[in-house]
Design a protein around this ligand. Structure first.
Ligand code: UDP
Length: 403
């Protein structure tokens, strides 16, 4: 199955992955997170588990279960770890632990390597058996609300090591820390090649003519994604160059402000027929793919961001991307080379105009953008990294690890 990536992903990643799998052949690798669908973690696991199996690794994916109360608590912990002021009471921490105890009784932890994703199932480490236990943190915990990190750290320190997406999202720990950025799958429905006909079909479905340049932002209607700022930037550009703006996304279901933000966006758009606000259902991968491919310029003008995978998704499609210089976006956009980083609405408008006025530059940057994603942000690289960390942990203490 991984051979499907030959010619798409870098040969060195595939080669190294095969070598690692010869060493780890038949060993078991258990992933545990808190949801089977929805969100980037489950999206990548859905693709990664079959690939690992195809490589001869006995990969397994388990999901912890809990009630509404548990997920309300873990949402608060999640927000608190990312700096929102939250109050997690002793009772809440106790409940978080108890639900993990119940899951530990149900789940089979027998594996050579166990990767626990995010804070929800972090306490499972208390019930570890054999194998190497690693904690994978997908969120930015560099600036948490005081006290909340301590509630998680007491579990994290009992793992063999920790994995963060980027160094700046991490915190000092008494265990090893490694950095593995997230990735996109070039063969998934969201990123696979589409024919012109498929793209046109989707645009027709939305009744959006492709008669003028399209500026696109795909993101949840969340203030941190600055959709109103995007509209203001578009208006500044529109004075000089005719274009359309598409804002595509679903209201953030776990965010009570989602509806409010959507109304603000609609109000800011007024009755401009060239602004298209698309409310997408949760699984709209092919539609997102087509929109990204139909776009002339892609924006991700976030004010606060996790890794911001929409950036790599658009870059993979050879689009010139303009991103806010926050979170993981500067890791994906090399400013002036694979796209532009901006710090303001004025800056975004300026860069959009630059792309619209210099189509050749947009094409060149788009090509470099794809190359950059190919080398750094494909699923094959992430699989390689996970296997390498596991293999290195198995050989801990050896001066030289042979492969
Ligand atoms: N996405 C989606 N539907 C939407 C908006 C976004 O499927 O309405 C996808 C988008 O293509 C990307 C992911 O959700 O794969 C968003 O990830 P990102 O890291 O950019 O931002 P987050 O939403 O996690 O803050």
């Amino acid at each position: 199955m991984i051979n499907l990536y030959t010619g798409i992903a870098p040969a060195r990643d595939l080669l190294l992955t095969h070598r690692l799998c010869e060493k780890l052949n038949g060993k078991s690798f258990l992933h545990i997170n808190s949801t089977r669908e929805g969100g980037g973690v489950s999206e990548i696991l859905q693709r990664m588990i079959p690939l690992l199996k195809g490589l001869g690794i006995d990969a397994r994916w388990e999901v912890i279960t809990g009630d509404r109360k548990f997920f309300d608590i873990t949402k608060k912990i999640h927000n608190g770890l990312q700096g929102n002021p939250e109050d997690i009471t002793e009772d809440m921490w106790k409940y978080h632990y108890e639900i993990n105890v119940a899951n530990a009784k149900r789940l089979d932890f027998n594996a050579d390597a166990v990767l626990i994703h995010d804070p929800q199932p972090a306490p499972l480490v208390e019930f570890r058996k054999n194998g190497i236990w690693m904690w994978r943190c997908h969120i930015d915990v560099s600036n948490p609300t005081p006290g909340i990190w301590d509630g998680i750290k007491k579990y994290v320190k009992n793992y063999d090591n920790s994995v963060f997406s980027v160094a700046k999202f991490s915190r000092t720990l008494p265990i090893d820390e490694v950095f593995i950025p997230p990735s996109i799958d070039p063969l998934s429905e969201k990123n696979r090649e589409l024919t012109e006909h498929e793209i046109q079909d989707v645009m027709n479905g939305f009744s959006i003519p492709v008669d003028k340049p399209i500026i696109l932002q795909v993101s949840r209607f969340d203030r941190f994604k600055d959709p109103v700022g995007v509209i203001t930037a578009y208006r500044m550009v529109k004075k000089y160059s005719d274009c359309r703006l598409i804002l595509a996304g679903s209201p953030a279901t776990d965010d009570p402000e989602g509806e409010l933000v959507l109304n603000e966006v609609k109000e800011a758009a007024g009755n401009d027929p060239d602004i298209h606000i698309l409310l997408l259902p949760v699984f709209s991968d092919k539609k997102i793919n087509a929109l990204q491919r139909a776009a002339t310029v892609v924006l991700q003008k976030s004010l606060k961001e996790g890794f911001g995978l929409t950036v790599s998704e658009a870059m993979w499609k050879e689009k010139p991307v303009i991103g806010g210089a926050v979170g993981g976006i500067p890791l994906q956009i090399v400013n002036g080379v694979t796209g532009f980083l901006v710090y303001s609405i004025d800056g975004a408008a300026f860069r959009i105009r630059q792309f619209l006025n210099n189509p050749d530059m947009a094409v060149r940057m788009g090509q470099k953008a794809k190359e950059y994603v190919k080398n750094n942000f494909l699923i094959t690289r992430q699989i390689r990294d996970y296997l390498a960390v596991w293999y290195a942990m198995e050989n801990r203490g050896k001066g030289v690890i042979e492969l």
